[in-house]
Design a protein around this ligand. Structure first.
Ligand code: AQP
Length: 333
């Protein structure tokens, strides 16, 4: 029996990286599998979010997910803070995970930057809450971008330690599903850094609500090199920006980087970039239009999310209650 879980933080407008690395892969699964998708607002506040902005971004994220093809009728789509089991199981997992495990998380190091002492405690224990998000549903398949691989290994360590410490076979093993030619989309300003919705530079990313002109402008200004495109992928190993743009074109046109190179070998970026911008505009404009349409009726959006939370709660609350029984908490009733 498979159950899929994945989440996305409302810490900004979703980017092309979120879309190609995660959201796009979520859509076909809802037709064949039991899928639970969540706007993880409790994760977003591990970095400060202005209240009005958090509220707007949460609705924007939900609208983007639906505009990308998720259907609240086919999958369970909801906001994390509406289902208390996430935070409660997250606390229990804070007591299972070891500090040494968390100290090895590269995302914490990247996000905390040089001043580790000034990062929120929430940012440090973020992977424990992520483990709770998944395991509160006994989900065993997690489609994510490549940047989340290490967190999923930690979630499995938590599940395994819990099962071992309490002598049970309660939490399942989680299988990461990391797929596609764009499992890690890089920043348009620096091909060694991943594209991120909270990057201070808006030029570093394509947002799903960017206008056609903004998309074309960002691609035009994207960092590249003076060389022409080669006829083989290995020749792009030391050219991260070129490799990234080739991967993006392959992903949005449903082909492979090799096929893109076969078509564009020998061209410079002056010729390649307009082709990439056109393909992106063609792919993203309908998503943006649908997103804007959905945001015109926030009441309907909120109601759909509330219905999703009820369905999610009905699955997670009994699993949390069973976890607490196993641990020896006094039953509430
Ligand atoms: N650049 C990326 N390429 C491929 N996949 C990506 N994902 C994120 N960035 C890329 C995938 O998107 C999903 C949702 O991510 P998230 O919002 O939970 O957190 P994140 O990975 O930290 O994404 P961002 O955009 O970088 O957000 P901020 O800036 O707030 O930290 C995940 O499946 C992730 O792998």
């Amino acid at each position: 029996m498979q159950r899929v879980f994945s989440g996305i933080q409302p810490s900004g407008v979703p980017t092309l990286g979120n879309y190609l690395g995660a959201i796009r892969n979520w859509v076909p699964m809802q037709d064949t599998t039991d899928c639970i998708y969540c706007v993880v607002d409790l994760h977003a506040v591990t970095a400060f979010q202005a209240p009005a902005q958090l509220l707007a971004q949460t609705r924007e994220m939900a609208a983007a997910l639906i505009a990308c093809g998720l259907s609240p009728e086919k999958c369970v789509l909801f906001v994390q803070s509406h289902v208390p089991a996430h935070a409660q199981l997250g606390w229990l997992f804070n007591c299972v995970a070891r500090i040494g495990w968390l100290n090895r998380m590269t995302q914490f190091k990247d996000k905390a930057g040089k001043d580790r002492e000034a990062a929120s405690a929430g940012l440090f224990v973020y992977p424990n809450l992520m483990a709770a998000d998944i395991l509160a549903y006994h989900a065993n398949v997690v489609p994510v971008g490549d940047d989340q691989r290490q967190h999923l290994e930690l979630a499995n360590d938590i599940a395994q330690k819990f099962n071992h410490d309490y002598g049970v076979d309660f939490f399942p093993r989680i299988e990461p599903m990391i797929q596609g030619v764009a499992a890690r989309v890089m920043s348009l300003r620096d091909g060694t850094k991943k594209m991120s919705k909270s990057d201070p530079s808006d030029q570093s990313r394509i947002n799903l609500n960017d206008s056609d002109d903004a998309i074309a402008d960002k691609i035009k200004r994207a960092k590249t090199d003076p060389d022409v495109l080669p006829d083989n992928l290995a020749a792009l190993d030391a050219r991260p920006e070129a490799r990234n743009l080739v991967g993006i074109l392959a992903a949005v046109t449903g082909t492979t980087p090799e096929a893109v190179l076969a078509e564009h070998a020998g061209k410079g970026f002056g010729a390649f970039k307009p082709a990439l911008a056109d393909a992106l505009v063609a792919h993203l404009a309908p998503i943006r239009a649908e997103m804007n349409h959905l945001l015109q009726d926030p009441g309907a959006l909120d109601a759909a999310l509330r219905r999703g939370a009820e369905k999610a709660d009905a699955i997670a609350a009994p699993i949390l209650a069973r976890t607490m029984d196993i641990m020896g908490f006094l039953p509430r009733r």
